[in-house]
Ligand binder design. Structure first.
Ligand code: SF4
Length: 496
């Protein structure tokens, strides 16, 4: 990997930047350094320990020869690609190709830190607050790094990064995009600005943390849309209110008109909702989107009401208005002119708003890394790259990222998506090309590896790999085990 440029510097060839690195210094990505004339990867190789057994042979200063590689005693350590290093150009074998005997099956895991030019993150922000319109541009440090996609159920979705931002804009756009992706993937907070001019929102996103919108940390994800809330809690309101309106930016629900109210014999109240009626008791566009009640721009819920129908409504009619998180609520009684007047909330209705809030989950940000591994990276696995793609599709090869479960998209290529919270901390790096560096592992039977043209001459045993500095981590929250036989077609075929 190294080549002398002059007596003081060595050249790193782990990515296209090809840094010359002076003695005692690190390269542009801070991942490689020159230690006494030797190029070293600065982060230790990360292995995942499944089970309680301690992997004593993997201690940094221990002699790997002390360990006989007994996989049963070691409780299936999994060598991830975190800290493994990259290869460039890709025809070279991956940094580690590790053989293990798993319950009598000879398996191999091909481990590499991939350089992803085609990558980005999908961000899910649990909030009802309006943070921007679909297709609004997301900025970091004044540079466009992505855009808003649609809203999912109680969440706003962002698409950040991708090759267009990394390579298709200015140099600064690519650098800022890469930096934002790196920080998001390594679970650090990133401050973003969404939209322009009069509809600009500042959002701080951090994987696993509550979003901070215009300086205010979000607390709750809504329990459902207004219609769903009516469906869930209709019975709680019977006898305590004559009508209930659940205010929501997307679908506002009205108890007396809703199917749930009909089935519970709630009589008509003559209520009039401004907005577009969809089906009975369900209204769209009752207000503009915003940071007020239920993701609308209103602070006073009465603004979405028209005059009550005097032929149906009656003085003394009791009305509850509540948001989809239960955080905002108001109780009103119609006066003799059929105008709603604020009144003291009965205890039973107060309890129902608390029940709505109790049923809301905490609002958090989720960050999913997404990258294309169907390109040259495959050559580090096999001399016949398309066979790797086919092997993944045929469920003979299992793909993981830092040992975490990776969703492989259907169709061509090997496009993976993984929750960064399932991966070991500090799993990601970068190179200044710019591109993100992410761990990826391919695990398969050694016989299948040979069939697809794998680099058989570079297969190592676990004991050999144990000579590298190691970081040992526990499995992610999902406890994913890439070597579990149920991932593989041959295991399923065997059971039939
Ligand atoms: S940026 Fe990092 S990986 Fe690329 S050549 Fe420089 S030190 Fe090596």
């Amino acid at each position: 990997m190294t080549e002398s440029a002059n007596p003081e510097k060595i050249r790193c060839d782990a990515c296209p930047v090809m840094c010359y690195i002076a003695q005692g210094k690190s390269g542009a990505c801070d991942r490689y350094a020159n230690h006494a004339g030797e190029l070293v990867r600065l982060d230790p190789l990360t292995i995942i320990e499944h089970g309680d057994a301690k992997l004593v042979p993997f201690l940094k200063d221990s002699d790997p020869q002390d360990w006989d590689g007994n996989i049963v005693n070691a409780n299936r350590p999994f060598v991830t690609a975190v800290g493994a290093g990259t290869t460039y150009p890709d025809y070279k074998p991956a940094p580690f190709i590790v053989a293990q005997d798993i319950a009598g099956v000879d398996m191999v895991t091909v481990v590499t830190e991939g350089i992803f030019s085609y990558c980005g993150v999908k961000v899910k922000i649990d909030t009802d607050r309006h943070i921007g319109h679909e297709r609004d541009v997301v900025y970091a440090d004044g540079e466009p790094i992505g855009h808003i996609m649609t809203s999912e159920y109680g969440s706003k979705m962002l698409s950040l990064g991708g090759v267009e931002h990394l390579t298709g804009g200015s140099k600064k756009e690519g650098r800022v995009t890469c930096d934002a992706l790196l920080r998001l993937c390594n679970r650090d907070p990133v401050t973003m600005t969404i939209g322009e001019d009069d509809h600009r929102t500042e959002v701080v996103v951090q994987a696993g943390a509550a979003p901070i919108i215009n300086g205010t940390p979000e607390k709750l994800m809504r329990v459902g849309c207004g219609s769903a809330t009516i469906g869930m809690f209709a019975k709680q309101w019977l006898g305590h209110a004559d009508d209930v309106v659940v205010v929501d930016d997307h679908i506002t629900g009205v108890l007396s008109e809703h199917q749930a109210g009909k089935e519970l014999d709630v009589p008509a109240t003559g209520i009039k909702i401004k907005g577009r009626r969809s089906t009975p008791g369900r209204y769209f566009q009752v207000a503009e989107p915003g940071t007020g009640w239920g993701g609308t721009d209103i602070d006073d819920p009465l603004t979405i009401l028209g005059p009550f129908n005097p032929k149906i409504a009656w003085p003394g009619l009791r009305l509850l208005m509540v948001s989809t998180t239960g955080e905002q609520f108001g109780y009103y009684v119609l006066d003799d002119d059929l105008h709603p007047q604020p009144a003291a909330m009965p205890a039973a209705l107060a309890a129902s708003t608390e029940l709505i809030a109790e049923n809301c989950e905490p609002s958090i940000c989720s960050v999913l890394f997404m990258g294309g591994a169907g390109g040259s990276l495959r050559a580090g696995v096999t001399e016949n790259p398309v066979r790797l793609t086919r092997s993944v599709k045929d469920a003979l090869t299992h793909v993981s990222c830092g040992g975490a479960q990776a969703y492989v998209w259907p169709g061509g290529g090997i496009t993976v998506m993984v929750d960064v919270l399932d991966m070991p901390t500090q799993s990601f790096g970068y190179v200044p090309t710019p591109a993100l560096v992410a761990p990826i592992e391919f695990t398969l039977r050694i016989s299948d590896y040979e069939t697809l043209g794998g680099h058989m001459g570079d297969v190592q045993s676990l004991a050999e790999v144990a000579s590298a500095p190691m970081r040992r981590v526990a499995p992610g929250a999902l406890g994913h085990d890439p070597m579990d036989s149920t991932h593989y077609r041959w295991s399923r075929d065997r059971e039939q």
